[in-house]
Write a protein that binds this ligand. Structure first.
Ligand SMILES: Cc1cc2nc3c(=O)[nH]c(=O)nc-3n(C[C@H](O)[C@H](O)[C@H](O)COP(=O)(O)OP(=O)(O)OC[C@H]3O[C@@H](n4cnc5c(N)ncnc54)[C@H](O)[C@@H]3O)c2cc1C
Length: 554
């Protein structure tokens, strides 16, 4: 008889060389660029409060809620069992919990309900941290925040609705707003035949008297249809106008907003995106007939701020995951975080994340300075420029950060795949990339003093780094050349955003961070830009990485 050697004990449960999940850490306490930006942009008094939120958001429980809300997307309940229309969307409990958190901590209305120095910056910092954990719930939250200035134009609607918007309660019941503890709002502009070109809207508004109208038509993208009211655009006799469209009419009946279906989206899966038709829905004019676009774009401006903030938050989370993984994973006998080539990639990602954080918070600071003319001019040009550039860098950064995790980055068990799928959205909605660039040109044409505000903003950084100064000179020349300016507007917009990022890092970041940023973003390279991980050999890799680690493990 053959005597076979005994089988070795298979210990498949013995897992080694895998990073533990990144959880139970303080999203604020470990984010130095964010802490410093909060201080210098005027919200220093909120630091302790933000650290408390950062600790809450970094818990395993909050991270699990974010994952659950996305694994269990909302479902449309069009009819009841008897065949009557319901037009309701049902969400997973995790979605409701996250919405409750956002409302409770003022992400939807804090700066309006409790205005004061640094109020928008404080909210911006919290918004960024929330984006690290879950992004679908931020869509209705942003729209609720952004609607306030436009709504405040109508004293009657404002008197009734602003207190409900300001309430810190989240109340998801599908009942008339008068009986609710708090409300959320949405917006409807995009139609099948056109989204960027709003003048192509075909939805009609027929006057009924007393500023009330009957709306007939559709919206092709209509996020968060369970909101309590919406600002929409429709063609009135006097032209394209802005309307307030509540989900219930004042007599308590469900308004004639018919949900057609929910969008099957690449990412943003916890959030309900819908297509709707209006079958004679009742709505009330906001502002004057024919002035719809500027009114709703006022709402759009605040949404654009949030696109920049949200993407900066997602970038920080992507970089944190990459750093955390690299600190724990060993390959070829050394931690990834100690391999020279990986250190170059990680440091470059950290620089991009820090620059996005600095720019997004600087923009939020300009929103706090509403009464300062120079800040308003800066805000006018920087909002589309920051949205364009940060949101363009997001997907590239997410792809690179995902690769740091190797195959684990690509599977849905971890957070990287969700971050990657979420990233392109902020670039598309509320004005896609090209539309932002055209808006920068519009800002310069309508308010030429925007450029003076921009020059004043970066002046304190001049003379510190020759590569930066030369870049600023090249941009100045480019801006003076009128030929083919539309075709060149991506180049100009990107350069404006980079110019402000560079100025912020030169003035406020450690020397090693500013030097590596200038070397890689402003100095002409022999091999031309390209992938992350091309920082020059003499860069302060240790200093850049030390500043960026999300947790002690490093
Ligand atoms: C998940 C999600 C949620 C959304 N939620 C809402 C919502 O709640 N409410 C709402 O109203 N909309 C919503 N949108 C719609 C979004 O705002 C639009 O998709 C976006 O504004 C672009 O419009 P469009 O899809 O019609 O594309 P188009 O307007 O056809 O644009 C297509 C491309 O052409 C470019 N382009 C357009 N004009 C020019 C030009 N003159 N020169 C050069 N390039 C140009 C654009 O930049 C874009 O890249 C949502 C979209 C998504 C994906």
């Amino acid at each position: 008889m053959n005597s076979l050697p005994p089988l070795p004990l298979l210990a498949t449960h013995d897992v080694s060389n895998q990073a533990p999940p990144l959880e139970n850490y303080n999203l604020f306490g470990r984010n130095r660029p964010l802490q410093e930006a909060v201080q210098r942009e005027g919200a220093g008094a909120a630091v302790t409060w933000l650290a408390d939120r950062g600790a809450e958001l970094g818990t395993a429980e909050m991270i699990a809620l974010g994952a659950a809300a996305n694994r269990n997307p909302p479902t449309l309940k069009l009819f009841d069992t008897a065949g009557r229309r319901r037009d309701e969307v049902e969400f997973h409990p995790a979605y409701h919990e996250l919405m409750g958190y956002l409302k409770r901590h003022g992400v939807a209305a804090g700066p309006w309900a409790q205005p004061g120095p640094g109020a928008h910056v404080k909210r911006a910092a919290l918004f960024m941290m929330c984006a690290e954990i879950e992004d679908g719930t931020l869509c209705p939250t942003t729209m609720t925040y952004a609607v306030v200035p436009a709504l405040a134009r109508d004293p009657a609607i404002a008197a009734e609705w602003l207190p409900r918007i300001f309430a810190a309660d989240y109340d998801p019941r599908f009942i008339p707003a008068a009986g609710k503890r708090g409300v959320t709002l949405g917006m409807g502009m995009t139609e099948k035949q056109g989204g960027s070109d709003l003048r192509s809207n075909t939805t009609t508004a027929q006057p009924l008297g007393n500023r009330e109208y009957r709306i007939v038509g559709h919206k092709w993208f209509f996020s968060a249809p369970m909101s309590d009211a919406f600002l929409i655009l429709a063609q009135a006799p006097g032209g394209l106008s802005c309307f307030f469209l509540p989900r219930f009419t004042p007599d308590g009946a469900v308004n004639d907003i018919r949900i057609q279906r929910l969008k099957d989206k690449l990412g943003d899966r916890s959030n309900a995106g819908s297509e709707v038709e209006f079958w004679g829905a009742r709505a009330w004019l906001v502002g004057e007939e024919g002035r719809g676009v500027p009114i709703i774009l006022e709402m759009g401006t605040y949404c654009r701020l949030d696109c920049a903030l949200g993407t900066a938050g997602l970038m920080r989370q992507a970089v944190s995951q990459a750093l955390h993984h690299a600190a724990h994973r060993v390959a070829f006998g050394k931690r990834l975080a100690d391999q020279p080539l990986m250190r170059n990639v990680l440091a470059d990602l950290a620089l991009e994340s820090e620059a996005a954080t600095a720019l997004a918070l600087r923009l939020a600071g300009a929103f706090d300075a509403q009464d300062d003319e120079a800040q308003s001019l800066l805000r006018r040009i920087l909002t589309p420029a920051a949205k364009f550039w940060i949101c363009k860098r997001g997907p590239a950064l997410a792809a690179e950060a995902m690769e740091v995790l190797g195959g684990n980055g690509y599977v849905e068990d971890g957070p990287m795949a969700r971050i990657y799928r979420q990233m392109p959205l902020n670039s598309i909605w509320e004005g896609s990339g090209n539309v932002m660039c055209l808006d920068v040109l519009r800002a310069m044409a309508k308010h030429p003093r925007c450029l003076e505000a921009l020059a004043a903003e970066v002046a304190p950084a001049m003379g510190r780094d020759g590569r930066y100064d030369a870049f600023a000179d090249r941009l100045k020349d480019d801006l003076r050349r009128p030929e083919n300016i539309e075709g060149r507007s991506r180049r100009l917009t990107q350069a404006i955003a980079l110019l402000v990022q560079g100025a912020l890092l030169l003035r406020f970041a450690p020397d090693g961070v500013a030097d590596a940023f200038c070397a890689s973003r402003f100095a002409p390279s022999d091999f031309g830009g390209g992938a992350f991980g091309n920082l020059p050999g003499g860069s302060d890799f240790a200093g850049i990485l030390e500043r960026a680690w999300p947790a002690d493990a490093a």
